[in-house]
Design a protein around this ligand. Sequence first.
Ligand code: ZN
Length: 365
Amino acid sequence: MTTGFLFDELYLWHDTGSAASWAPPGPYVQPEIHVENPETKRRLKNLLEVSGLAEHLTTIKPRPATEAEVLRFHTPEYLEKIKRLSAAGGGEAGRETPFGAGGYEIALLAAGGVIAAVDAVLDGTVDNIYALVRPPGHHAEAGEGIGFCIFGNVAIAALHARAMRGIERIATVDWDVHFGNGTQSAFYGDPGVLTISIHQETPTGRRDETGEGAGVGFNINVPLPAGSGDGVYQAVIERVVAPALRRYQPELIIIPNGLDASMYDPLGRMMVSSEAYRAMTESVMALADELCGGRLVVAHEGGYSSSYVPYCGLAIIEQLSGVRTPVVDPFLEIGETGNIRHHIYPHQEAAIAAAAEIAAVVPTG
Ligand code: ZN
């Protein structure tokens, strides 16, 4: 088993500036560091080194996405806007997506990083890969940056695989705690990508959004009640993701991997532990083995607990590589969260069952 790891120091130089969490500083709003800052990713990278896991991974270098690659998803006007603002010292990509000088080049490197990760798996250079990219991408839409995301990294990489690598069927399994609106929008009318988003329920990302035109049936939203934990998430993988993927028969699986469903995330209200991230990865790897020769790309998205993200990310990469380090998640046995994490309450069961009905009618491939 060869597992790739893709990273670049420049990802940590993407500058989101100051904020109160993500609210812009202003009268009565004292500035502090923006919640989407380099620390979670830096600490994950550092834990990979200190644990010794990094030695077992194959380094894959990112490259910048070309303008033509970005334009497979984004509008020319939006690309020009980001380029112009970046050269002028930074700005706002759309909604709640600030960036500093040089942010355009770093965003290109993030999108190109996921492209390089996809290519490494399709070339057989590695069996699977973790792309620790930043800024994240799954909220970005064609003409607007949203929710800390400038370019749709996974959408752009999937479009690359379709256009340049002869891949016709890709599945994305997005378990970021927030709705993967950008990836959904990229493929809403397109049967060539089955988009699945598992997220904390909000007014957007509803279950009845299943696609349009030729894409009907190829979009699955799994909104879950706040407070869902390990038991609920694992049940969603088994009862929604697995049957949907078996019906769809993807040639490649990409996980937009948000670690903000974790039990210590300041933005999410879920109860997922590092062990659940490990178990979900194991399940999707088994599906990849069964359906597409193990081809699996994990692309980093959100995750805002600088204390806990490293342990969740480490568990995923240990599972991808089959290497178990001596690291024990120090938070796993703290507190009284165990039963809550594992339990499935009736209102959570209802949400899983409703999503399973949608998965059961994904058009077969
Ligand atoms: Zn998120």
